[in-house]
Design a protein around this ligand. Structure first.
Ligand code: FES
Length: 653
């Protein structure tokens, strides 16, 4: 099976126009068999069939397309954080029939036994003949914070329901149906949707003129027969690049009824927003596809939380969504290309209230959706929602808000002055570009401690370790700095020094592919019988990421004209921030060196902000006010950015 072959990167690697513009890419049966079926002339078949298991999907694609492309474009989720560019080594699949040559990248990703068993990296696996491919299940429920730090709000939801019983028309009382209804709720000044008028006559007559007027904000959106006032449901979304969280709320009481998170289905397009924007720049078909995937994610979560709570999706009338600018634009079908090129302009900072169906949410067809406004291209609605939830604009104390991620957003200030910036931290915290890196999913090493001279690792799901995720990476480096295995420049010390500093751990410092590496779990302790280790390059990746973030907050501290010690609280936001150890984050210089009790995991504050917008019209309006109060600081404008960045690469001593 498959001889060793150093195969050049195929031109179809990545999501290129060529691959997707082929009309024949699609499920089997859509396409005629011309040249397919593994036969064909000397030049090979024009099309090949790929049977994917366990989905049971058979797709026919042009020969020369990668297995990754064939899967991604046919709705088969293959893991990836690089979007098919051959850098993450996450797209592992097993060929169970057919032939795929072994590429040089395969030899780095798999053992000889695995290669012999047909394991390949899907984005390098070029289908030239029919194949059977087994796709390992993708973790669609990553470990994610679903709740966060929030404020108490006075319940005044935009969604109101008024049950009214009206007298029926007579020859003497010939008011129109709409006049009759509006007279019955004349304490409300309402704009009326034509859709509400369209169904008014039927609703009134079906229920002897006893109806519920459904109002969102100042708009009459629906009139339902009978009394449905007990069904005041709203749905809040935090639409992240990696993880999407949905919370179903009873807006009458503010009680959350169900919450669920899942991986954004856009994952095959890459881990970060830049990969997603690049895909739309390379291929005109990518934007509608990405939009569809985002909407499918929201739809699946909607059905999920409704199922948990025993609520019909049609009973949801109000939706709020907080997301970064790229995710927001894509889910609305707006071309995000201007976000990816200087001067990085958003299509709009504020969005009008819209039908929830614009987001693909299968709520009541009349349901309204509010989308959080943004500050700029790289400080989006999720951060505005987070600021709203944490009350940064109303606190006298100076606080630092850091949403750690591929694009790290940072806000510093108090009720008098707020500054914000974005720092490109790269994907190290997502486990990408890390030799044994993986997302925060079952099997990921999420914590590393030194206990009685031994390395003690914590693994998500208490399973055998499969890889290391962002919080584990930060912990591992912090621990190795503490015991002197890594020096402040980020270099692994020599074996002699290691024996000197930590004799009981010195044998874990080994060479892997010519790189100094520290073993966290030996082969026989690991799930895939591959040792889990931290390489010198991994430490460098982390240094770049933390230096970008530290440069960001240092510059904001300077800009605000305060001393670091004046920061009363550091809020670590987002899923990654929530699982980060404050002690380790401080040890590596990711956050300011402050008493640990001042460093707080804020959880999913974006989701909390989205919930607040459902529960209070005032808070919904407050999000817009917030965007006017915050000044955005562009880091790349600062002449000292590079010098500061280089200075922050080293670890604190
Ligand atoms: Fe194949 Fe990243 S290496 S998708």
């Amino acid at each position: 099976m498959g001889q060793q072959l150093d195969q050049p990167v195929p031109k179809s690697a990545g999501l290129t126009t060529e691959a997707v513009s082929q009309p024949d890419v699609g499920p089997a049966g859509d396409v005629g068999p011309a040249g397919g079926g593994g036969g064909g002339g000397n030049a090979g078949p024009a099309r090949v069939s790929i049977n994917f298991t366990p989905s049971g999907k058979q797709v026919r694609v042009p020969a020369g397309v990668s297995v990754f492309e064939a899967g991604s474009w046919n709705g088969i989720a293959i893991d990836s954080t690089c979007g098919g560019y051959g850098t993450c080594k996450k797209c592992k699949v097993q060929m169970t029939a057919g032939s795929l040559p072994v590429t040089s990248l395969d030899t780095k990703a798999f053992s000889a036994d695995e290669l012999a068993a047909g394991w390949r990296l899907a984005c390098r696996a070029i289908a030239m003949s029919d194949l059977d491919i087994e796709v390992p299940p993708l973790t669609t429920r990553p470990k994610a914070a679903t709740v966060g730090v929030g404020r108490k709000v006075i319940l005044r939801p935009a969604l109101q329901m008024r049950y009214v019983e009206m007298s029926e028309p007579t020859l003497k009382d010939q008011r129109s149906d709409l006049e009759r209804l509006l007279d019955a709720i004349d304490d409300l000044e309402l704009e009326v949707d034509v859709d509400a008028i369209r169904e008014l006559a039927t609703a009134l007559r079906k229920s002897s003129f006893a109806v519920t007027a459904v109002v969102v904000g100042s708009r009459l959106v629906s009139v339902e027969p009978g009394d449905i006032t007990s069904q005041r449901y709203g749905l809040a979304f935090d639409l992240g690049t990696t993880t999407v969280v949905a919370t179903l709320l009873d807006t009458a009481t503010g009680a959350p009824l169900a919450v669920q998170s899942m991986l954004n289905r856009q994952q095959p397009f890459g881990a970060d927003v830049i990969s997603r924007i690049s895909a739309t720049m390379l291929d005109p078909e990518a934007l509608p596809k990405l939009r569809e995937l985002a909407q499918e994610t929201l739809a699946e979560l909607t059905l999920d939380v409704c199922g948990q709570a025993g609520v019909e999706p049609s009973q949801i009338y109000d939706v709020s969504l907080a997301g970064n600018v790229t995710m927001t634009e894509i889910v609305l079908g707006i071309d995000p290309e201007p976000l990816g090129v200087a001067p990085f302009i958003t299509a709009a900072r504020y969005y009008p209230t819209m039908l929830a169906s614009e987001l693909g949410v299968p709520a009541n067809p009349r349901a309204r959706a509010t989308v959080f406004p943004s500050l700029g291209a790289y400080v989006g609605g999720d951060i505005v929602a987070g600021m709203l939830a944490s009350g940064m604009d109303r606190d006298r104390r100076t606080r630092l808000f850091i949403d750690v991620g591929t694009n790290c957003e940072i806000v510093l200030g108090n009720r008098d002055r707020l500054l914000a910036t974005a720092a490109p931290a790269g994907p190290a915290f997502e486990g990408a570009q890390i030799r044994c890196g993986m997302r925060a999913a079952p099997g990921a090493v999420e914590s590393v401690r030194l206990r009685e001279g031994r390395i003690d690792i914590g693994v998500i799901g208490d399973a055998a370790p499969l890889g290391i995720c962002g919080s584990g990476l930060v912990d591992a480096v912090a621990t190795l700095l503490d015991i002197g295995m890594i020096d402040p420049s980020g270099r692994f010390v020599s074996s002699a020094e290691a024996r000197d500093k930590a004799p009981e751990l010195a044998d874990r410092l080994i060479e892997v592919d010519g790189e100094r590496s520290f073993v966290l779990a030996w082969r026989d302790e690991a799930a895939a019988e591959q040792p889990i280790y931290l390489s010198q390059r991994d430490v460098r990746e982390l240094q770049f990421a933390k230096a970008a973030i530290a440069t960001g907050w240092h510059l904001l501290v300077e800009e605000l004209g305060i001393e670091i010690q004046e920061i009363s609280q550091v809020l670590l936001a987002g899923s990654f921030g929530s699982y980060l150890s404050p002690a380790s984050a401080t040890r590596i210089g990711l956050v300011p060196r402050l008493p640990l009790m001042r460093i707080v995991s804020a959880g999913n504050v974006a989701g909390e902000g989205a919930k607040m917008a459902l529960l209070s019209e005032q808070e919904r309006a407050g999000a817009v006010t917030l965007t006017e109060e915050v000044r955005y600081v562009e880091l790349s404008d600062r002449p000292d950015f590079n010098d500061q960045f280089i200075e922050r690469l080293a670890f604190p001593t």
